[in-house]
Design a protein around this ligand. Structure first.
Ligand code: GTQ
Length: 353
């Protein structure tokens, strides 16, 4: 019997020969599944302005423009494991309270007076702030100032979908009933202290608001004392204060600073990342693309694609990826351009691959 005839024969029994698919199942190295792509701040702003004329936050439930990778058309994915979107809320609007299995992280881009209520605690959100909504807790959003408020959303939707573990529910209340005062979680958990007898420590971080003023001060201090990393400059990861791990287990979020004159070494990592410029500008080389990314531009670094950064002026960059998930599973790998022979902290010419 020929190989083809054999394959067709066993197909009726819902079986297939492994030898025809083995290398696809166990590739020699990761295939690049996502395109390197950039969304410019101006395009985002213009399309969001139109979205505000098309629908209210309440009617939309969430007024979000999904950032969809061309490689995942119709799937609402920015990489194989991540969802990203840009959300806007206008003064006085309500994005009604709901909850879902997917966890969300947010980077506030613009506007004063934005707030989100997470698990009964109202959090005021300022530009640069990092805010999380852990799995299955109620959250609603609003804007109590005079300005529209816009932020970047990152969710682990593709992971939840792959595991088919998703639930969601609407809150009977449009806005949550406030059960704790604003600032409560930060007072309890953000001062290097923790209430004795506190029982947190599971997958859900009790801290969900990381103000930019503190993040910025930490980066500044690092940059005064440490030598920069040859690839990543000065890079910090947001953590759950009760265990030092990422506040969301499926995604990690990072803020990094590149000093003026930084010329990075080319490198790659298995986690694909979504990045957003918070301050300054950055020259990004990734795969076959080269961009100068400016404030509020959002771009994708596909997993295992070579990338390198250069900064003429000081730049602060936010990013998120599925790195904690990969690390937990023992999958995560990184590689530095083997032809780069530099010492961390040295200013050097980039050698691209
Ligand atoms: O803010 O709750 O971008 O539920 C996508 C789904 C944001 C949110 C998104 C959501 C939300």
């Amino acid at each position: 019997m020929s190989n083809n005839a054999f394959r067709d024969h066993i197909a009726h029994d819902n079986m297939t020969p492994l030898w025809e698919v083995l290398r696809g199942l166990t590739p020699r190295e990761p295939k690049q599944t996502a395109d390197p792509v950039i969304w410019r701040a101006e395009t985002i702003r213009q399309n969001m302005k139109m979205a505000c004329e098309v629908i209210s936050a309440e009617d939309a439930e969430r007024r979000v423009l999904v950032l969809e990778n061309p490689k995942f058309q119709g799937k609402s994915q920015i990489t194989s494991s991540l969802y990203a979107g840009i959300q806007m809320i206008l003064p006085g609007e309500v994005a009604p309270s709901h909850r879902h299995t997917a966890s969300a992280l947010r980077l506030i881009l613009s506007g004063q007076g934005g707030f989100t209520t997470v698990h009964g605690e109202k959090v005021l959100m300022n530009p640069g702030d990092f805010v999380i909504t852990p799995t299955n807790v109620f959250h609603d959003h609003g804007a109590q100032g005079t300005e529209p408020v816009m932020w970047l959303d990152g969710l682990d939707v593709p992971v939840v979908q792959m595991l088919n573990a998703g639930f969601s529910a609407d809150d009977p209340n449009l806005r949550q009933v406030l059960t704790r005062p604003t600032g409560d979680s930060n007072a309890r958990f953000a001062a290097g202290l923790r209430p004795v007898g506190d029982t947190h420590g599971g997958p859900v971080s009790p801290l969900f608001h990381y103000p930019y003023s503190r993040t910025r001060a930490a980066l500044e201090q690092l940059s005064l004392v440490d030598e920069w990393d040859a690839c990543n400059g000065f890079k910090l990861m947001f953590t759950n204060p009760t265990n030092g791990l990422s506040p969301i287990r499926s995604m990690g979020a990072f803020m990094q600073m590149f000093p003026a004159g930084f010329k990075g070494t080319s490198f790659r990592e298995t986690d694909g990342a979504v990045c957003c410029v918070v301050e300054g500008s950055l020259r990004v080389q990734v795969g076959d693309q080269t961009w100068t990314a400016c404030k509020d531009d959002v771009f994708v670094l596909p997993g295992w694609a070579w990338r390198c950064f250069e900064a003429d002026e000081q730049c602060v960059l936010f990013s998120f990826s599925d790195r904690p998930l990969q690390e937990h599973l023992g999958f995560w790998r990184s590689e530095i351009n083997p032809s780069a022979t530099t010492t961390p902290g040295e200013n050097h010419e980039n050698l691209s691959v």
